[in-house]
Ligand binder design. Structure first.
Ligand SMILES: C[S@@+](CC[C@H](N)C(=O)[O-])C[C@H]1O[C@@H](n2cnc3c(N)ncnc32)[C@H](O)[C@@H]1O
Length: 184
């Protein structure tokens, strides 16, 4: 099978490549609860009024946040994914900083595509941009994944990521099924 070399059609939607093979609202089979829905529920529960989704891909989470009245914006590096986004989702490379300050910064399955120095740098930028919360997930070392991930640069444990995130100033607020919530 072909290995995608970028965040393009082959990575997201090509049924014959080692990627998502169809990145849709239901990437986890028929499960009702999805990462994006639980992130929206978290924001609502915590009365988060504004959020940035970094690595927003096709903008599904941004749409979900906006539908609940949360002022949301997304950024991603992929022209292909952004071509599907209906909400305010823009092209931006995280390594150039976080363009907006919002109550919550959300990065689900994104930072492991940077190298370790870049990830630490981006985490510092996220700390500065976050008013209250940072919602984070990665594909962790030793954890089986349904989706192959040929573009990933960092394969580290959840504990390692936790340390990097706490080093920039956040503390672990709550562990959810699909992400860890950090607070300032
Ligand atoms: C595994 S997908 C996750 C997408 C979405 N956050 C989710 O939870 O389904 C990773 C996303 O990160 C984006 N990405 C990777 N490196 C990036 C960078 N340096 N700046 C901005 N976006 C990046 C990719 O284009 C892709 O859309």
């Amino acid at each position: 099978m072909e290995e995608p070399s970028d965040f393009d059609y082959h990575y997201f939607d090509d049924p014959k490549a080692l990627g998502y093979q169809g990145y849709s609202r239901k990437p986890y089979g028929e499960k009702v609860i999805e990462p994006w829905e639980t992130a929206v529920v978290f924001c609502k529960e915590q009365e988060v009024a504004s959020a940035v989704d970094v690595g927003c891909a096709k903008g599904f989470l941004v749409e979900g946040l906006l539908a609940e009245g949360i002022d949301a914006v997304g950024y991603d590096i992929s022209d292909y994914a952004l071509s599907f986004a209906k909400g305010p989702c823009y092209k931006h490379d995280l390594r150039d900083g976080i363009p907006d300050s919002r109550e919550a910064i959300i990065a689900l399955g994104v930072l492991m595509y940077l190298n370790e120095d870049e990830a630490r740098h981006v985490l510092s930028d996220i700390y500065r941009a976050a008013g209250r919360f940072f919602l984070f997930s990665a594909h962790y070392e030793g954890v089986d994944q349904e989706v192959p991930d040929p573009l990933r640069l960092i394969t580290r444990s959840r504990k390692w990521w936790n340390k990097q995130i706490e080093n920039v100033g956040f503390h672990l607020f709550r562990e959810e099924e699909y992400f860890d919530a950090y607070a300032k």
